[in-house]
Ligand binder design. Structure first.
Ligand code: FAD
Length: 420
């Protein structure tokens, strides 16, 4: 059996390990455009802020490929898939044949539409190389401009603030992390960041950059100008699938997969940030581009590719974020659409600086946001993942003393469709 995996991130690595556990003899080829060891991508922001070093990033040792008898092709991009001849095109000269193919190419930063982006010190923050380059130019840098208030934009701004730079953030919505947290938590985060010196501009875009060789200023859509000697573009990500033949492999926002992580072509699988499957909380298709889902999906894909049918239960978004003195934990649907009969309950304790919001659909918890006092997050995630119908009053979940025993003793677990 010829297994080919495109992408040397955590989804690809997890798939390769699962395949090798079940198939000792099949040939596994991994193709990735980043060279070097696979690494913990979320931790690159910790390298930027100075709380981790680059040598803490790798998630596998150099002998990993030899030990699992994997043939690596790194530093090369896949440019095409021919599903008829079952080959992938690597660069311009090489083609590799497959019986089962996994696309685990992650995501690309969403590009922006602004002039002069080629100036030095303008960067995305997706790879360890991006961060290494940013660190190299830190010495001569004072004023950073961060475009976007999503997870990456937020982490870039936080890291640069901690490095002592003056940071201005441009955000579309009124607060950062608008996909991860609700408005109240977002405002608490914003307050904390502003207290630490962050400047924020809302509802504006960069139209062009200025500078001789390096960036010196950004022109803004409201006609103003911001002086800056570093720019980080963090406007979200898009599944990395430009090479995927859409006439043979169905694509929505991500590559559409079934519960076996199989695409519309039975020889081709997809996993991680590039894949789209059912989100348990939303009960609809969604791309949850987060690390733990990439691990699970990679594993499930690998097991199925090796011939053992195993179903994936669906994905669920979650994030744990520390911002100076705030701990924030969110899961599932944090801001439900107004029209669809969701029930929302929240509690704020200004004195303790805590906030808690629960989102329910019928008797099920489908989302939560917690600021400080976040210890019960695991229980709440389990309630959502297993779709356990609540038999206790919903208000109980707002209480910081709430625990799993309460759910168990009221028999809700036994009534769960997944626990049967
Ligand atoms: C700064 C930052 C902070 C983050 N923070 C968090 C967090 O706090 N919590 C969380 O859960 N998640 C976080 N994430 C997201 C998390 O890193 C991703 O969900 C995870 O890395 C996805 O793994 P993957 O294997 O699907 O993709 P990736 O890790 O992106 O790996 C895919 C690999 O495929 C390669 N590739 C792409 N196209 C091709 C091609 N055509 N040919 C060959 N190779 C190709 C890519 O270069 C890459 O090496 C963060 C991401 C970033 C960038």
């Amino acid at each position: 059996m010829e297994y080919v995996i495109i992408g040397n991130g955590v989804a690809g690595i997890s798939a390769a390990e699962s395949i090798r556990q079940l198939d000792a003899d099949g040939n596994i080829t991994m193709i990735g455009d980043e060279s070097g060891l696979p690494y913990c991508r979320p931790m690159i922001s910790m390298v930027l802020e100075g709380t981790a070093t680059p040598n803490q990033l790798p998630i596998r040792k150099a002998k990993f490929y030899d030990t699992l008898n994997i043939a690596p092709i790194f530093g090369e991009r896949v440019t095409d898939i021919d599903v008829g001849s079952r080959t992938v095109q690597v660069g311009t000269a090489q083609s590799v044949a497959y019986d089962r193919l996994l696309i685990a190419t992650g995501a690309d930063p969403r590009p922006i539409n602004a002039q002069n982006q080629e100036l030095k010190n303008i960067s995305y923050m997706r790879t360890s190389l991006h961060v290494a380059n940013m660190l190299q130019s830190l010495a001569g840098t004072r004023d950073a401009l961060v475009l976007g208030g999503g997870l990456v934009g937020f982490k870039a701004a936080y890291g640069l603030l901690r490095r002592g730079l003056k940071v201005t953030m441009l955000i579309g919505s009124g607060y950062p992390l608008s996909l991860q947290v609700d408005q109240t938590a977002g405002q608490m985060i914003l307050k904390e960041l502003v207290a630490q010196g962050l400047k924020v501009k809302v509802g504006v875009e960069v139209t062009a950059f200025e500078g001789q060789d390096k960036v010196e200023a950004a022109q803004i859509s409201d006609g103003s100008k911001i002086a800056c000697d570093m720019v980080v573009i963090g406007k979200g990500v898009l599944p990395a699938l430009s090479f995927v033949p859409r006439d043979h492999i169905e694509v929505d926002l991500g590559i559409m997969v079934n519960a076996h992580m199989q695409t519309s072509n039975p020889h081709v699988y997809a996993a991680g940030d590039v894949a789209e499957y059912i989100d348990v909380a939303r009960n609809s298709r969604w791309v949850n581009a987060i690390w733990p889902e990439a691990v699970s999906q990679g594993r499930i894909a690998g097991i199925n590719m090796a011939g053992r049918p195993v179903a994936y239960a669906g994905s669920l978004s979650r994030n744990v974020i520390r911002i100076f003195d705030l701990d924030v934990l969110t899961g599932g649907l944090v801001t439900p659409p107004h029209e669809n009969g969701y029930e929302v309950m929240s509690a704020m304790h200004a004195g303790r600086n805590t906030y808690r919001k629960m989102v329910f659909c019928d008797q099920r918890l489908v989302g939560f946001t917690m600021v400080n006092d976040i210890e019960q997050g695991g229980v709440l995630m389990a309630l959502m993942h297993h779709q356990i119908p609540l038999t206790i009053p919903k208000e109980a979940l707002l209480d910081t003393r709430f625990n799993f025993k309460q759910v168990m003793t009221h028999g809700a677990w036994a009534a769960s469709p997944k626990a049967a």
